[in-house]
Design a protein around this ligand. Structure first.
Ligand code: ZN
Length: 181
């Protein structure tokens, strides 16, 4: 399916009627159903002591916006494999997908009319390899403590759930899960 609620029938191009919006739609011509489901995404909290790895994201008109490495799953990709791939592409760090520990999963409206199901994984920096270096997409990558991040006036991206737009949330959740593992 697409990542937006469908406007036309994917089978015949006919008009869709909302049956159970925003998820279930039905074609008025061929009577096939069309579903809009959230897009799965995976993110990684790489923890080094009291610091978290963040990527600076180029949001037009908004400077100093950061988020954890991650992105959408490809069609045939397992979530931990996607998380490891995004980490490598964005930050240069490598990790065995089997070393990633799931610590949060939730669905939310990431931008109006677009829903994401986000899986968050934790890993200690000591379990990663490679060389820390920003990939093609981020403007920069670095580890931040919650205090240094707050003092800097930087912000986490508003494309993430509001309740998790806080460095301490990431650090505490990831650390608690790693301590149990
Ligand atoms: Zn149709």
């Amino acid at each position: 399916m697409t990542n937006k609620p469908p406007e036309y029938c994917p089978h015949c191009g006919g008009e869709l009627a909302a049956v159970d919006p925003p998820t279930v739609h039905r074609c008025e011509d061929c009577e096939e159903f069309a579903f809009y489901n959230p897009t799965p995404a995976a993110r990684v909290a790489v923890v080094d002591g009291d610091e978290l790895l963040l990527c600076e994201v180029g949001v037009p008109g908004v400077a100093d916006t950061w988020e954890t490495p991650g992105g959408r799953l490809e069609a045939d990709e397992d979530p931990p494999v996607a998380a490891a791939r995004e980490l490598r592409e964005e930050t240069g760090l490598t990790v065995d997908p089997g070393a990633l520990e799931l610590f949060d999963a939730r669905s939310y409206e990431s931008v109006p009319d677009q829903y994401t199901t986000r899986l968050c994984y934790a890993v200690d920096r000591a379990a990663t390899g490679g060389q820390l270096q920003a990939g093609a997409e981020p403007d920069g990558v670095r580890f931040w403590s919650a205090a240094a991040f707050a003092d800097s006036g930087m912000a986490l991206s508003d494309r993430q759930p509001a309740a998790t737009r806080d460095l301490s949330w990431w650090l505490e959740g990831a650390r608690a899960t790693l301590d149990e593992a």
